[in-house]
Write a protein that binds this ligand. Structure first.
Ligand code: AMP
Length: 385
């Protein structure tokens, strides 16, 4: 049985006045922890054994004798043999006893099975429990279906490699590193065949998965990850905020574009096919005349998310968007949770978030602010799923 809204709200019974903000220890956990302590809430990172040092050592909170935080932002770290162990009934009970509010990041929805998140994980989630699944391209009810219903433009899909008559990107998972991409581009059926054979030989893709791969138009233009926030506590006209924009650094694509053309061509044929492994992020703003269109995308997404899985988006979400030469957007990926690049404004805030809130406003801090306001207004149940 899926955990419904009433079930999630009931989990808050007996929660302390100062709940703990918890996140799985990877992806954007530092932003979440920093935001929590900036708003005076305790932070807890749920780490996998062997991957805890960032939180337990380098960013752990150090307090003065009178209890003030002097350094760091991670108040507590709990480690598990595997991330997915957080769903063990005894661990859930511990989290509830701690008064934990779980903020979902991509590490949570990748490492903890979605079935368990939706039906077994009885810990209140500040976010959108039943929208996390839309990120899985293999699902029928995925983000493309939602974008289509919302009338948000996204890259057109081709039915088969034989139809390739322009630059396309072929999307399938990496054969060995399952959470990474085995993407490649092609401009013709021949190029598709040559490249897919070469990548299969390299072990980067599994030929059996090609039939299920999505082949979509390649949108020529820079990529903007729009980090939005939707507040269920705000008036409808104020509920949508654009906090910041980041861009990814992908290896080895970004390394390749830093080479002069002659050196790119001198790479061995197999190295000429770039990989799309995210290794870092940078920060961006958009041309001001584009902003209203960006907000319109966010509004449509929020509206459709409410129809798809009530109460819809709660808190942060990210629309990964290419803008073409006319500023026209194409959304090619969606995160119905905190985006992967929000550490770009960790602690400092972002020009857009800061301009709105008149103080440094990162995504992590905005989440904690929402929690704090919900507590003050006696409306915590409205922001959990
Ligand atoms: P994704 O896994 O969908 O986030 O995509 C990984 C990377 O592939 C992005 O950061 C872009 O660089 C690129 N990409 C994905 N889809 C498209 C597209 N339709 N057009 C251009 N680039 C794309």
């Amino acid at each position: 049985m899926p955990i419904g809204l009433a079930d999630a709200r009931a989990l808050l019974d007996g929660y302390p006045a100062r709940p703990t903000v918890a996140a799985i220890g990877s992806h954007s956990a530092l932003d979440i922890a920093d935001g929590a302590v900036s708003e005076g809430l305790p932070s807890l990172v749920l780490a996998q054994a062997g991957r805890e040092k960032t939180y337990a050592r380098y960013f752990r909170t150090v307090r003065s004798p009178d209890g003030r935080r002097e350094r760091g932002c991670v108040d507590d770290v709990w480690t598990y043999p595997k991330f997915a162990d957080v769903t063990a009934p005894a661990e859930q009970a511990k989290l509830r006893a701690q008064g934990a509010l779980l903020v979902p990041n991509r590490a949570f929805s990748s490492y903890v099975p979605l079935d368990a998140i939706e039906a077994e994980f009885r810990v209140p989630i500040v976010g959108s429990r039943h929208l996390l699944r839309i990120e899985e391209r293999s699902e029928r009810e995925n983000y493309y279906a939602l974008l289509e219903r919302a009338k948000i433009p996204f890259p057109r899909a081709l039915r088969s490699p034989e139809e390739i008559d322009r630059l396309v990107i072929v999307k399938l998972p990496h054969a060995q590193r399952r959470l990474e991409r085995g993407f490649f581009t092609a401009s013709s059926p021949e190029e598709y065949r040559t490249k897919s054979e070469s990548l299969a030989k390299r072990g980067a893709i599994d030929p059996a998965e090609l039939a299920r791969a999505r082949i979509e138009e390649y949108v020529l233009g820079p990529v903007f990850n729009f980090n939005f926030f939707c507040s269920p506590l705000a008036e409808p006209s104020d509920r949508l905020e654009l906090l910041g924009v980041d861009e990814r650094r992908e290896s080895d694509l970004d390394g390749m574009v830093r080479l002069p053309a002659a050196q790119q061509l001198a790479l061995s044929p197999s190295r000429q096919i770039p990989q799309y492994t995210v290794v870092g992020h940078g920060t961006l703003t958009v041309r001001e005349s584009t902003l209203e269109g960006v907000f319109a995308l966010g509004e449509k997404f929020v509206e459709e998310s409410r129809r798809t899985a009530p109460p819809g988006i709660v808190g942060p979400f990210c629309l990964q968007t290419c803008l073409d030469q006319d500023g026209r957007p194409s959304v090619f990926d969606v995160a119905a949770r905190i985006g992967g690049g929000t550490n770009v404004h960790l602690a400092l805030g972002h020009p857009y978030g800061n301009a709105l809130w008149r103080t440094p406003m990162s995504t992590g801090r905005r989440i904690a602010l929402e929690i704090r306001r919900a507590i003050e207004q006696g409306r915590l149940s409205e922001i959990v799923t």
